[in-house]
Write a protein that binds this ligand. Structure first.
Ligand SMILES: C[S@@+](CC[C@H](N)C(=O)[O-])C[C@H]1O[C@@H](n2cnc3c(N)ncnc32)[C@H](O)[C@@H]1O
Length: 282
C-alpha cells in the first residue's frame, strides 16, 4: 500500500488558504487516525495515541485500514472501466493518499472529473494534492459536511466541475460509520435525488457482524477520543442502496468485493470489519 509521498505534503509556505484554519491538533480526528494507520505522515500525537492504543488491542488494524482504502480503488476502477462513469463526487475524501481517486479514474480516462468533499480542515490544508488533474480532466475540492449536502452542492466549484445532467458516481467510502442512521440517510437520499438516472452509489461502512469483540474494542478507543462510531449490520448497510440496482456481488465484506480488480491482498475476513457495495440509480 502506498502511503502519502512528499508530493502530497503541503509545506507551511504552500498552505495558502485565505483564512485561518483551526486544525485542533490537540484532539484526535478520524481522518488523521486513519492516515496514521495507512502509514501516512499527516497526523499528530493525539491521533497517534488513539491509533497506537487501537493497534495494541487490534494488531490487524493496519491491514484493516489498507483494505478499507483499497476497496475505493477497485470500486472506482470498475465505475470508470466497466460502467464508463466519467464524473465522481467523493464525500469524506480523507487526507490525500496515493493513489487518490482522480489518479485511478484518470488513468482509465484522462477526461474524468472529480469533486472532493470533506469537513476536516486538515484535508482542506492538504487539498492541493487532490488538484493534480490531467489537463483533459478536472478536480475540485470543496469544504463541506455530508449532513449539509445543499451547502456543498451549491458551491460554484461543483457546477464548474460536474455536469449534474450526466451520470455521476457518488462515493461514500468509510464515512457513514461516523454518522447515525438518522443523520446519514436523509443526506445520502438528497444527494442521490440530485443525480440523474444512470448515476451510481459506491459506499462502504463499518460493521460488527464479522468480528464483534474487536470492533467493540475499536469503537471504544474512538469513543474515548470523542469520535462517534456507528457500526451496521449487512441489512443496515443494504438500506443505503434501497431503490437502486445493486451490482454484483451485492453488499459484502470489502475484501470479497471484486478482489480481482485490485492489488493482490492476503487480508483475512477476520481483519475486515467493513461492508461495501456499488449500485446504479435506475
Ligand atoms: C476514514 S476517512 C475515509 C477517507 C477515504 N474516503 C478513504 O476511504 O480512504 C473518513 C473521512 O470522512 C470525513 N468525514 C467524517 N464525517 C464527515 C462529514 N460529516 N462530512 C464530511 N466529511 C466527513 C473525515 O474527515 C475523514 O476524512
Amino acid at each position: 500500500m502506498d502511503s502519502n509521498g512528499p508530493d502530497s505534503w503541503l509545506t507551511e509556505a504552500e498552505f495558502d488558504q485565505p483564512r485561518q484554519v483551526d486544525l485542533r491538533t490537540d484532539r484526535a480526528h478520524s481522518a488523521r487516525v486513519y492516515d496514521y494507520l495507512l502509514g501516512g505522515k499527516t497526523n499528530f500525537p493525539a491521533d497517534r495515541e488513539v491509533a497506537d492504543r487501537l493497534l495494541a488491542d487490534l494488531p490487524g488494524a493496519r491491514d484493516g485500514a489498507a483494505a478499507a482504502r483499497a476497496v475505493m480503488h477497485r470500486m472506482v476502477r470498475r465505475l470508470a472501466g466497466k460502467y464508463g462513469v466519467r464524473q465522481f463526487l467523493d464525500v469524506g475524501t480523507g487526507i490525500p493518499t496515493t493513489p487518490n481517486l482522480h489518479e485511478i479514474v484518470q488513468s482509465v480516462d484522462p477526461s474524468c472529473r472529480v469533486v472532493y468533499v470533506d469537513n476536516d480542515p486538515i484535508v482542506l490544508a492538504h487539498s492541493r494534492a487532490l488538484l493534480t488533474s490531467t489537463p483533459e480532466g478536472r478536480t475540485a475540492y470543496v469544504e463541506g459536511d455530508l449532513r449539509e449536502p445543499e451547502k456543498f452542492l451549491a458551491d460554484p466549484a461543483v457546477a464548474a466541475t460536474l455536469d449534474l445532467t450526466e451520470p455521476v458516481a457518488l462515493t461514500l467510502i468509510n464515512i457513514v460509520h461516523f454518522l447515525s442512521d438518522e443523520a446519514a440517510h436523509p443526506p445520502v437520499r438528497r444527494l442521490l435525488d440530485a443525480l440523474p438516472a444512470g448515476s451510481f452509489l459506491a459506499l462502504s461502512a463499518g460493521t460488527a457482524d464479522n468480528a464483534p469483540d474487536q470492533v467493540a474494542v475499536g469503537s471504544r478507543r474512538y469513543a474515548e477520543a470523542g469520535i462517534e462510531v456507528h457500526v451496521r449490520s449487512r441489512a443496515a448497510v443494504e438500506r443505503f442502496f434501497a431503490g437502486l440496482e445493486l451490482d454484483d456481488p451485492g453488499v459484502v465484506l470489502i475484501n470479497r468485493w471484486h478482489p480481482e480488480l485490485g492489488e493482490p491482498s492476503t487480508v483475512a475476513d477476520s481483519e475486515v470489519s467493513v461492508y461495501g457495495g456499488l449500485a446504479r440509480k435506475p
